[in-house]
Design a protein around this ligand. Structure first.
Ligand code: ITT
Length: 194
């Protein structure tokens, strides 16, 4: 029997990625699917804190087991910015403006090291469990590729010659920060099932 789990996200790209990762094992419902239209405040000062705010909101208001992730890009030369502000680095103007601001701040910068980080918060029977995924890479000086979302067109993972946006979802899902954290979540859920 395929079990249901709520993924507390409004981001359809994240929903797609995670549905594909958990296919055959869990039916993943996002906030839209459970009729939650609240803009859940992400006011914590860490990825773990924000992920916990999102999962806790669903558990408290819908009494369903739930997980949430908070993810972002950390750029070494920018003191790990945009970090927890990745979704709103350039205000509320969206992904393209956020990416442009990173490119602008990185103009002329030699150190182009960056990483994506995801922290997943799962709340099961009232108890919270955290899982983390990291992928190291470098930032390109301009966009390449049409796939993915967010900062994908400028992020080239170490060991690859292409950006995340040049990979298809299947390739990105083999190596991404979110995939690493989700695989830890899946391993944990499987342990629970035995
Ligand atoms: P929810 O809070 O509803 O889940 P969100 O888009 O606000 O959706 P986050 O708070 O986790 O998600 O912010 C993540 C931001 O970081 C996201 O908007 C992107 O700009 C960036 N980001 C996260 N994962 C990414 C990825 O795999 N590829 C590119 N950019 C990513």
């Amino acid at each position: 029997m395929i079990r249901q789990l709520v993924f507390a996200t409004n981001n359809l790209n994240k929903t797609k990625e995670v549905r594909s990762l958990l296919a055959g094992q869990y039916e993943v419902l996002n906030l839209q699917d459970i009729g939650c239209t609240t803009d859940i405040p992400e006011t914590a000062d860490s990825f773990a804190g924000n992920a916990g705010l999102k999962s806790r909101f669903v558990v408290d208001n819908y009494q369903l087991d739930c997980f949430a992730d908070d993810s972002g890009l950390e750029v070494e030369a920018l003191n790990n910015e945009p970090g927890i502000y990745s979704a709103r680095y350039a205000g509320e103007r969206g992904d393209a403006a956020n990416l442009d601001l990173v490119l602008q701040k990185m103009e002329g910068q030699q150190n182009r090291a960056a990483r994506f980080r995801t922290v997943v918060s799962l709340i099961q029977n009232g108890e919270e469990f955290l899982f983390e995924g990291l992928i190291q890479g470098t930032l390109r000086e301009s966009r390449t590729g049409e796939n993915g979302f967010g900062y994908d067109p400028i992020f080239q993972p170490d060991g690859y010659e292409v950006t995340f946006a040049e990979m298809d979802m299947e390739q990105k899902n083999k190596i991404s920060h979110r995939a690493i954290a989700m695989h830890k979540l899946i391993a944990f859920l499987k342990e629970q099932a035995v």
